[in-house]
Design a protein around this ligand. Structure first.
Ligand code: PLP
Length: 412
């Protein structure tokens, strides 16, 4: 395992510019990687879940828009609303840096020792602290994959390679794909590889992960499992998704393993910011060394612990998901602009548009009808031509189908 070495300090130049209105200052960071220099808008990766910005821009009330562009579990929203009202964390004191109750609850959830857990300010912070603590020399991302991996690696000056899965195989981790990933690691000398399963944006679960772990040597394997606890098959059975403990047991010689978890999807609380690392104690230590002490707030610690105590109730709220997903997938498949709806184990669908239809155009036309979906074209390692659509309530889904029907008929 390669642990962070001190990095050269960023040189900052301050340029004073005189104008008729007075003096203003421009700050130049001279040795940051190109993306970090590009300015705030370009340095932030685009994501779904931009409802509040759209409301502001369009000047409409929240009830006017239906947001299918984020991936939280809509079916859990009312339970979360109810539970969160009953907690009252102490906000006059600093939260405990070790978050002991939450750490113990997460350790029980994962079946590991508390030394193998690090709660974080969302999975997004888990990505940052793991990559900054580990500082791989060369990182292989198996795409498509959540864009924060490439953005964070780029900002940290880590060299990134992307191995895209095949859209004609629904982006599955096939036997051929496992071989090709192992070959790519050998060719590129990658010392870390990251995959996301259940995958965002494809909805695929990678069943061959233990096989991949067993084929690795002297590499760090990181797995994003933000959607693991939501995943279920069409009969309502929890999907068999390899967890940290399975991968650690399967991993080859000298292979470090860590998984990234998120509570924001499962417990419908993206505004709370709550994620975690579960992994080898040495990797968790690396990440802990980077994390700011109080980034997991008192509210997040108390709410996370409480939600985990109620996980059986959350599982029960998810019972309608397979039926809703099946109906939504069938209705979308029948629309003229749609080539294929990929099979999904999660609470969102990945939709391949007919050739010639651009997902950006479809997403814009839907936004004009106050329906938000995610154009996948800018997602790391994604093939062009796909939309990602959350599975919502039957009523919301009917509105999506009507709007997407109108748009695809007008664009085809
Ligand atoms: C695959 C994946 N990982 C991590 C995250 C970040 O989750 P969090 O809200 O916990 O930071 C997301 C959010 O969309 C995601 O899709």
């Amino acid at each position: 395992m390669h642990v962070a070495e001190p990095q050269p300090r960023t040189k900052i130049e301050v340029k004073r510019i005189r104008s008729a209105q007075g003096t203003s200052m421009t700050i130049l960071y001279s040795n940051l990687p190109p993306d970090a220099k590009a300015g705030k808008q370009q340095a932030l990766a685009p994501h779904g879940g931009r409802l509040l910005a759209v409301l502001r821009r369009r000047g409409v009330s929240p009830d006017a828009i239906v947001d299918f562009s984020n991936n939280t579990d809509v079916l859990a929203e009312s339970l979360t609303d109810r539970l969160i009202k009953t907690i009252a964390p102490e906000l006059r004191h600093y939260p405990e840096t070790e978050a002991p109750a939450l750490t113990a609850a997460l350790a029980a959830h994962e079946g590991v020792d508390p030394s193998q857990i690090l709660p974080t300010h969302g999975a997004a912070e888990a990505i940052l602290v793991l990559l900054a603590g580990l500082r791989p020399r060369r990182l292989l991302l198996v795409g498509p994959i959540f864009s924060e991996y490439a953005r964070t690696a780029n900002a940290l000056g880590i060299s990134v390679e992307i191995e895209p899965l095949d859209p004609d195989e629904d982006f599955g981790l096939t036997e051929r794909a496992v071989t090709s990933i192992l070959e790519r690691i050998a060719q590129t000398n990658a010392d870390a590889v990251i995959l996301c399963s259940p995958n965002n944006p494809t909805g695929q679960v990678y069943e061959r992960l233990p096989e991949l772990a067993a084929g690795l040597t002297n590499t760090t394997l990181l797995l994003d499992q933000a959607y693991r606890d939501i995943a279920m098959d069409d009969d309502g059975r929890s999907a068999t998704v390899a967890r940290y403990t399975d991968l650690a047991a399967a991993a080859g010689d000298g292979v470090g393993v860590a998984c990234i978890g998120s509570l924001t999807k499962t417990f419908a609380c993206p505004g709370l910011r709550l994620g975690y690392v579960v992994g080898d104690a040495a990797l968790v230590d690396c990440a802990t060394g980077i994390k700011p002490p109080w980034s997991v707030t008192a509210l997040a610690q108390e709410a996370g612990t409480f939600f985990l105590e109620h996980k059986a109730e959350y599982n029960a709220t998810r019972a309608p998901l397979p039926g809703l997903r099946r109906e939504l997938a069938a209705a979308i498949s029948a629309l003229p602009g749609v080539a294929r709806v990929l099979p999904s184990m999660t609470n969102f669908l990945c939709v391949r548009l007919r050739e010639g239809l651009r997902p950006g155009d479809v997403a814009h036309a839907l936004e004009d009808r106050l329906v938000l979906v995610r154009d996948c074209d800018d997602i790391t390692g994604m093939a062009p031509g796909f939309l990602r659509i959350q599975v919502r309530t039957a009523e919301d889904n009917t509105r999506l189908i009507a709007a997407l029907g109108e748009v695809s008929r007008s664009l085809v």
